[in-house]
Design a protein around this ligand. Structure first.
Ligand code: HEC
Length: 163
C-alpha cells in the first residue's frame, strides 16, 4: 500500500466508525439506556434500578389480586414483605444535585420536597395496609389494598414524573 493511500484510509476510518455507531443509535432506542450517568454516586442509575424492582415485585402481587394466580397466604405475605423492604429505598437517591438528564423526574421533586415526601409516606402507608390485609388472609381485603398500592404509585408519578 502506498503511504498516501494508507493515510487516506486511516483518516477515514474513524469517520466511518462514527457513522456506523450513529446509525446503530438511531435504530435502537435502547441507546438512551447507555447514556453515562454523570453523577459521582450514580444516583439516577440507582433509583431507576430500584423502581424496576418495584415493578418486578408488583407483578406476582397483581396476578394474585386479579385472580390469575392462587392466593396462598404465606407465599403472598413473603411477596408483600419484599415490597415493604423496598418501599423506603429509592428516596435517598433524589439528593439536591440529583436532577440531571436523562431523568424523567419532574422539577417538582426538588421544588416541593414536602409534597414529594408526603407522596412517599402515602405510598409506604399503602404498602403497610397491604401487609396487614395479607396477614388477615381475606382475598377481598387484599385486592382492595393492592389497588391502594397501585393508586399511590400512579398518584406520585402523576405529580412527580414525566410519562
Ligand atoms: C413518591 C413518588 C413515587 C412513588 C410512590 C413511586 N414512584 Fe415510580 N418513579 C418516581 C419518579 C420520580 C420516577 C422517575 C425517576 C427518574 O427518572 O429520575 C419514577 C420512575 C419509575 C419507573 C421508571 C424507572 C426507569 O427505569 O426509568 C418505574 C418502572 C416506576 N417508577 C415504577 C413504580 C411502581 C411500580 C411504583 C409503586 C409500586 C412506584 N414507581 C412508586 C416516583 C415514584
Amino acid at each position: 500500500m502506498e503511504l498516501k493511500e494508507y493515510y487516506l484510509r486511516a483518516g477515514r476510518l474513524p469517520a466511518v466508525a462514527g457513522l456506523v455507531s450513529l446509525l446503530l443509535c438511531l435504530g435502537l432506542t435502547a441507546c438512551f439506556e447507555s447514556i453515562k450517568d454523570t453523577h459521582p454516586d450514580q444516583v439516577l442509575t440507582k433509583r431507576r434500578a430500584l423502581f424496576k424492582q418495584y415493578t418486578r415485585a408488583m407483578e406476582p402481587i397483581g396476578l394474585v389480586a386479579s385472580g390469575r394466580k392462587e392466593f396462598k397466604q404465606d407465599e403472598f405475605l413473603a411477596l408483600v414483605q419484599d415490597l415493604e423492604k423496598l418501599s423506603t429505598k429509592p428516596w435517598v437517591y433524589f439528593p439536591a444535585d440529583g436532577n440531571y438528564p436523562p431523568t424523567h423526574a419532574k422539577p417538582a421533586v426538588w421544588e416541593q420536597p414536602a409534597a414529594f415526601k408526603q407522596a412517599q409516606e402515602k405510598y409506604q402507608l399503602s404498602v403497610h395496609e397491604l401487609l396487614v390485609a395479607a396477614q388477615g388472609g381475606k382475598l377481598e381485603q387484599v385486592q382492595s389494598a393492592v389497588d391502594g398500592v397501585t393508586n399511590s404509585c400512579k398518584a406520585c408519578h402523576k405529580e412527580f414524573r414525566y410519562e
